[in-house]
Design a protein. Sequence first.
Length: 385
Amino acid sequence: MDDEQCSSFLGDGICNLAFNIPDYEYDQGDCCAAICDDLHCGVGTMTEVFDTKVNSGNGFPYCKDPEMKPITILLNDVYLPEENGFVDDNSPFSDFEPRDPLMILDCDGANLLMVNVDVTMTNKTETVMVDDGADCTMTVKNATSGSIPIWYVNYTVFHGDKESIDSDPIVMIQGDSLEEEVYHFQRIRECFIVKIDDYVDKTTIYTGTDPSNQAIDWLMDDSLGFSNCEDDQFIERYALAVINFAAPIFSENQTEGLWITTERQCVWRNVACIDGRVTELDLGSLSGIILEGTVATEIGLLQNLAKIDMSKNEIPVTLDEEAISIRKIFVSVCYQFNPNSTHIVLLFEFCFSRNVCYLGNNYINGTIPSEIGQWENLIYIGLGK
């Protein structure tokens, strides 16, 4: 074919292996890891990595697949630890320069990057395109032989491209090959972050350990498809997961403390739904199982919730300003205290249908939020015994 005929195949979204060579810019970016399944895809394609010329490296430098998403690797430091930085002058290897370690990024069973890291790459970045939600492994091979030293690499992997890490950095992992050669991580799907952007701290969405982070990990591990972030009820499933991790099952024999399951939430025995929306949450009758923790403010995301029962549990209740303001709807809250069992039952009802809020006879901690002034229908509130 002549150049005009060839051009009709270039950049058409299909990886044509005949054009997967530098002369054709690897089919003008069509030969990305997600499309190209040939054993030679990406092999020897990198001539410049981390803004540094290299003799050879594996990767997909022209990948433009719109279905793939960027992650960016920043080499914070390429260094010699003190104990490995010196060579015995009497050693036959004393004149050898330290070896360059091999950095390998594999995602979903495909190799996306393989390159030797040079000390001149310090403080430089490389953006790699991966599948949305890709499960990845970063390896920095620091094996060497004899008494030849080898460089170690301290690096950060960011969610997004170089521009995004300059303006809105989201750290996925912090790695150091002196501490660990292999790190595993999974890129959170883009629609996850879009859907929960208003409710989480994105800067710690990967690295945090609070209930919201645990909930995201649980949702990401769903193999049945009921945690699809495109689903209309995704936010409710996320909220229920956070509520679980904030108040897990307390049991010496229970390691995970989960009362949520991998099934769709409306079939959970402690949840009632109308038209697919959660209307009741019964956590007070889990066959004698006790929950321990706190009531997560994400309970406010269950905007159709009319009743919640947390009796017979060890969960302190607070009149939480954030829990009320996050709902953006008017609710009345009735905390009923049982003096004989010190158990608390929480009942949420819409203020549109009720203009009395009784909070008396309780062990309520905290302050009365100013948002109470937004309850336009409220004509009575009881705070006494």
